[in-house]
Write a protein that binds this ligand. Sequence first.
Ligand SMILES: CC(C)(COP(=O)(O)OP(=O)(O)OC[C@H]1O[C@@H](n2cnc3c(N)ncnc32)[C@H](O)[C@@H]1OP(=O)(O)O)[C@@H](O)C(=O)NCCC(=O)NCCS
Length: 168
Amino acid sequence: MELRAFTLADAAVIRPWISGPTELLTWAGPGFTWPLDEPQLAAYAGEPACRTWTGVGPDGRLVGHASLRLDADGVAARLGRVLVAPGARGQGYGAALLTRVLTFAFAELGLERVELGVFAHNGSAVRLYERLGFRVGQVLPDVERVDGQSWSALQMSLAKADWSPGVG
Ligand SMILES: CC(C)(COP(=O)(O)OP(=O)(O)OC[C@H]1O[C@@H](n2cnc3c(N)ncnc32)[C@H](O)[C@@H]1OP(=O)(O)O)[C@@H](O)C(=O)NCCC(=O)NCCS
């Protein structure tokens, strides 16, 4: 898997990977509204503090997306919008994608810490982050209510000292 900068042409490819409003909320939190359209993706990708990437599989197909929102102090960033194409999940692409993003964050940007938020019931995402070394800090109960269910969010964090690029 290779990482390259996300382009607006990629937006047309990743949009169908999100199949409905619940999947949109699970993926991105409340920052986007359904239906996801290209102007929303363009505005997000154009934010000055945001670095966005597309993951390209060995056969040249687009398989993933992720971004980092850099803090103003240059010490930390928030990892977000982590997404693997539905047909490509469970094959290690998520781990490969994030290994490259985290190597960029710690080795190239020199950050001390990467943080993220994930819904507590999103097991495959939570396990992926834990395998990479992220640990749960705060638990935020009842941040969303979906179909009568209460959703909690986990705030997770990975310090540079705990990052090992061989993991994942
Ligand atoms: C979360 C997400 C990014 C994970 O991506 P992925 O490519 O499936 O991740 P991986 O393949 O690295 O790991 C997923 C599972 O596949 C397993 N796996 C990894 N490599 C494998 C392989 N070669 N063969 C079989 N299984 C494998 C992992 O052990 C893991 O299992 P688990 O979920 O039971 O722990 C993906 O499911 C997704 O896009 N979800 C929707 C959006 C979302 O929820 N994003 C996170 C928002 S915080």
